[in-house]
Design a protein around this ligand. Structure first.
Ligand code: S3P
Length: 170
């Protein structure tokens, strides 16, 4: 299967799976815009993800995440959507991904790979304490949800970014 010219390409996966980097390179290759859900929230609110978690809480952040995902999926041009790790937690989001007809690619990584790659701080307040245990728990909770929405699963363990991009584009 290759990326269809009329469908959105959506990258899902855990924090540290490489969604943003793969989206940026795929965007150059396909000549499509990237819509990044965290960046859309930050642009819409004028606040960082970290500030929103701290002042409004996770539930409020998740509601914003649903809104920007629906906005991205409604874009009239085919785009690449880098969907933040928690997008699959919401049944509304999972249904929207399915109903949109977008091609959803799960960048799948072992928690050990993720731990190697994630940097603490920045836009990932959920990893502030015990990143290893948190990633393990998240992986167990979310793995079936990523599987549910994915049309294609691309393993990123022990693979270079360019190799992953080729697999995604194929
Ligand atoms: C989150 C992932 C982050 C960001 C927030 C919560 C998650 O985005 O939205 O820290 O719950 O998995 P990335 O997946 O782009 O790191």
């Amino acid at each position: 299967m290759s990326v269809a010219p009329t469908q959105h390409l959506v990258l899902v996966g855990m924090m540290g799976a490489g969604k943003s980097t793969v989206a940026r390179i795929a965007s150059e290759r396909l000549g499509r815009r990237v819509l990044d859900s965290d960046a859309m929230i930050e642009a819409a609110t004028g606040r960082t993800v970290r500030e929103i978690f701290a002042s409004d809480g996770e539930a409020a952040f998740r509601a914003m995440e649903t809104q920007v995902l629906l906005d991205a999926l409604a874009d009239p041009e085919p785009v690449i959507i880098a969907a933040a790790g928690g997008v699959v937690l919401s049944a509304v989001n999972r249904r929207a991904l399915r109903d949109s007809g977008a091609q959803v690619v799960w960048l799948c990584a072992d928690p050990a790979t993720l731990l190697d790659r994630v940097r603490s701080g920045g836009h990932r307040p959920l990893l502030d304490s015990d990143p290893s245990g948190t990633l393990q728990r998240m992986f167990v909770e979310r793995e079936p949800l990523y599987r549910e929405v994915a049309d294609v699963i691309v393993s990123v363990d022990n693979r270079s970014i360019s190799d992953v991009v080729e697999a995604v584009l194929r």
